[in-house]
Design a protein around this ligand. Sequence first.
Ligand code: SF4
Length: 285
Amino acid sequence: MLSELYKRLQSCSLCPRRCGVDRTRGERGFCGGGMLPRVASFHPHFGEEDILSGFRGSGTIFFSGCNMACVYCQNYTISHFREGMEITVEDLAEIMLTLEKRGCHNINLVTPTHFTPQIFDALALARKRGLSIPLVYNTSGYEDIEVLRSLRGLVDIYLPDMRYSLEESAIRYSQAPRYPEVCREAIREMFAQVGNVVLDREGVARRGLIVRILIIPSLEREAKESLRFLATEISRDVYVTLLRQYRPVYRAQDFPEIARFVSDRVYQDVLEYGKSLGLHNFILQ
Ligand code: SF4
């Protein structure tokens, strides 16, 4: 599996963009990723969903760069300006072990897609050295389906975003053609691999799918459409995080329709719609 993933770097097809650049020879594609994983920070995170942060924190590792280009990115200094430094696969394994030693409930890979081979190489090393906590794959949802299939059995918790239901929005705000269909196919595969959330005795997730829906101003209908997809095609028991943390940062000011905050009324309206579909495992944050 790993050699197949590494082979994809020669004409990069790790994600749906299929840039075709040879990352083994120093070429860089849309995401800016090279041969070594680039990490912005790592630490126990207490601001994730309660079922991930628990009481000792979620062991987040923030990867630099991104295969999306969201004009409102809340982490734009890491994703667009690529703050961070390149480290070796051995160092990445060491970071995972350090986070477990610090008591974290899980390893939470933030924006891992463009470094999948290097991350799962590091994971194998860390598992050999005793890493035992669950792995969280925290992604924008713009995933190559074959790459995802190869992760079966390695990821315990999938944490994808569902950003858009209309391709024109995905192109306008994230330069992500085919995002709605790509993301839905990815979520079907994730659910097939890990199913609904299973909690341990302390109420912390050990396994399962948690879908994040960021409510973006003017796009609340698309959020509702994502909820409808989850209720009708995945499961009414699926865990859904409704995020109200949208802020009009980075280039959002260039798009007047999203250059504002989301109102309480809109947030409640989307939540009530989800409940009316029979969804009941909401996390509100
Ligand atoms: S991972 Fe990066 S270089 Fe590879 S196809 Fe995706 S955006 Fe392009």
